[in-house]
Design a protein around this ligand. Structure first.
Ligand code: PEP
Ligand code: MG
Length: 319
């Protein structure tokens, strides 16, 4: 099966009834980008840029940002890359970020909130991002957005940097949906964003109030919990109001039990570990989209993650 999956992995993935699902890769480096291409990733759905910022004495320059994203775009041979702006906070070791430790770093100055105290870090990253060639090769993704005001402010900033760089074509800007408030306000966010990308790792953590690093809670912190599923459904419904597409870039996208339900809720891009791309594409090809839609609606009424998992496995057995 593995060899068969590898052979077909370069082809687009469609359900048996012809519904297309993009299968993209989560990466951090140009080397990862090459692995993603080899494994048939249609795009990069999440480039985590934290590596750019940690383990170095000073913040990266605009040119350092541009060069590192440019190398990744080159390695992708025409595929697009969704590049997430910095998502570091008081829990990461960043020498030049002299922030006081926080009692709850997961609830603190992380993601775009860091720009409240260090706007220079995000500004330089955005300037580097808008300099990448060709235009259209990269899309910007903003982490830890909680409402529309943050998005509007950052879009204005991105527009300003684009004008300064002499770019006239707008760069696409998307929002991570990883905080319950963002999922609940997805329709408002979709009005101003080009796409939404659900980060199920944090969305699960914040919805269930279960620390994603707490090993004892790992089994219970399940993204197929009906409360998380309802927020995913709210996200795709909100996005549909403005004709935006929704991806999932958290670990749930690479879970074969979750894939039919995510597709059924209207998610059209699954971004997974590069080596998982062939098996997730193969999984999509076994599905009937109309059946996924029906069963995903049924799953929203179930009362536990275990019940959702059992229902999925009954309809779509794992081989
Ligand atoms: C997520 O929260 O699901 C996500 C993709 O982001 P990260 O794992 O980097 O927090
Ligand atoms: Mg996250």
């Amino acid at each position: 099966v593995r060899d068969q999956n590898r052979k077909t992995s370069q082809l687009a993935a469609k359900t048996t009834d012809g519904h297309a699902v993009e299968v993209a890769a989560n990466i951090a480096t140009a080397a990862d980008a090459r692995v993603a291409v080899e494994n048939g990733a249609d795009a990069v759905g999440l480039l985590r840029t934290e590596l750019m910022f940690i383990h170095r004495p000073t913040a990266p320059s605009v040119d350092a940002h541009r060069d590192s994203y440019q190398a990744i775009v080159t390695a992708l041979e025409g595929r697009t890359a969704i590049i997430r702006t910095l998502d570091v906070g008081a829990d990461k070791e960043v020498d030049y970020l002299t922030l006081p430790p926080e009692p709850n770093p997961a609830l603190g100055l992380r993601g775009i909130r860091l720009a409240q105290v260090r706007p220079d870090l995000l500004d330089d990253q955005l300037r580097g991002l808008v300099a990448v060639q060709p235009h259209g090769a990269v899309r910007i993704l903003l982490p830890m957005v909680t409402d529309v005001g943050e998005l509007i402010r950052l879009r204005a900033r991105i527009d300003q940097f684009q004008r300064e760089a002499g770019r006239t074509d707008p760069i696409e800007v998307g929002v991570m949906i990883e905080v319950p408030s963002a999922a609940l306000l997805a329709d408002q966010l979709a009005r101003y964003a080009d796409f939404l990308s659900i980060g199920t790792n944090d969305l699960t953590q914040y919805t269930l109030a279960m620390d994603r690093m707490q090993a004892q809670l790992a089994d219970q912190a399940d993204g197929l919990h009906p409360a998380v599923l309802r927020l995913i459904a709210a996200t795709t419904q909100g996005a549909a109001k403005y004709g935006r597409w929704v991806g999932v870039c958290g670990a749930l996208a690479g879970d074969p039990v979750a894939v039919p339900l995510l597709v059924g809720l209207g998610v059209t891009e699954l971004s997974v570990d590069p080596v998982s791309v062939p098996s997730i594409k193969a999984r999509v090809r076994t599905l009937d989209y109309q059946l996924c839609r029906q069963r995903a609606q049924d799953a929203l009424a179930l009362e536990s993650a275990q019940a959702v998992r059992a229902a999925s496995r009954e309809v779509w057995p794992l081989d």
